[in-house]
Design a protein around this ligand. Structure first.
Ligand code: 5GP
Length: 176
């Protein structure tokens, strides 16, 4: 049996959601199936277990699901990078553009220390705006981003290329 193929078969595509013309890649069937969920997490854990990471950062909200479990398995702490206005302590913020309008992500100023080796996780890379903004926050705190990773990359939208061009290496399990 092939874990990468098994997990892939459990990613569901929802046509025309959240708007006409978009094929939304839905990972909830992967999370719902205990075997699949474990296979998915184990793929990331084996990739990063010998990387001497200090912390895992995950992006609101599906990056929390993945990142916290990977951090737990690697015996590391977890840092949430949240949508604007959710974090209670001192924060740094970064704005980024969406197709229509803009969005903001924030991190606690004491979440990561200079020089720490950080893994940055989300579920999917589209335009790359979200992970790029998250990586700017980590860099402002002096973090050393070992890799930005996701389950799915949509390479036609160019996001992973932009992230690589910013100097952060990118890993994804699937390119759709
Ligand atoms: P980007 O900022 O790269 O354009 O968009 C990526 C962000 O939007 C990620 O946080 C991701 O969770 C969300 N996203 C955009 N499209 C999809 C999709 O088709 N499936 C999932 N699961 N998330 C998506």
């Amino acid at each position: 049996y092939n874990p990468i193929e098994t997990v892939r078969q459990n990613i569901r595509t929802i046509p025309d959601w959240p708007q006409p013309g978009v094929n939304f890649r839905d990972i909830t069937p992967v999370l719902q199936d205990p075997r699949c969920f474990r296979m998915l997490i184990d793929i990331f854990v084996s990739r990063y277990m010998s990387q001497n990471l200090d912390v895992v950062a995950g992006v609101d909200a599906r990056g929390f699901i993945l990142g916290s479990v990977v951090a737990y398995e690697l015996n590391l702490g977890f840092v949430p990078i949240r949508k604007k206005g959710k974090l209670p302590f001192d924060t740094l913020g970064e704005d980024y553009n969406l197709e229509y309008g803009s969005a903001s992500v924030e991190i606690h100023t004491d979440a990561v220390h200079a020089g720490q080796r950080v893994l940055l996780m989300d579920d999917l890379i589209a335009t790359g705006g979200t992970l790029l903004a998250a990586s700017r926050l980590l860099k402002r705190l002096g973090a050393n981003i070992v890799e930005a990773c996701a389950i799915i990359d949509l390479p036609d939208l160019g996001g992973s290329k932009l992230i690589e061009e910013s100097g952060t290496s990118v890993f994804s399990l699937y390119k759709f």
